[in-house]
Design a protein around this ligand. Sequence first.
Ligand code: MN
Length: 182
Amino acid sequence: MRIELPQLPYAASALEPWISARTVNTHHGRHHRAYVDKVKALVGDNAETLEAVILRTAGDAARQVLFNNAAQAWNHAFYWQCLRPKSGPPPPAYEKWAAALKEAALGHFGSGWAWLVRHGTQLKVITTANADTPMVHGLEPLLVIDVWEHAYYLDYQERRAAYVTGVVDNLLNWELAECLTT
Ligand code: MN
């Protein structure tokens, strides 16, 4: 992935009524952009991919700021891809994963991400805190839900459950999981 702000694959209003255009514009145009801009400012002009920056800075306390911003830039680009307007409910084969994602997203304390990942041939649901991202743990991400408050506060205030339910039941692009696991 290049170090840049990717265009949204749909209109900002396309995720309504579950995620408003106001939230998408703020989240993509300000939060996501800020992470990308910070990475660019720190690495300067070079041809590195975002993944390369993440992997070379993971666990390096001296490069924590770069890691955090690079991982957040990657996580957000992936998040937008995981949402699909009017996706509808999860396919029957994925209902248990949908339930597990909801539980994980609700149970995660503070800022972070709830993921469906592939570990070898197994699917797993995990959460990561703050900017942490599955690739540094040898896991392949298939789907993600952003559970930082900025992902839902404008629409739902503190009601994370309403946001998570709206996303899992209506907006997740389950084809990303299906095409990688069949
Ligand atoms: Mn976010």
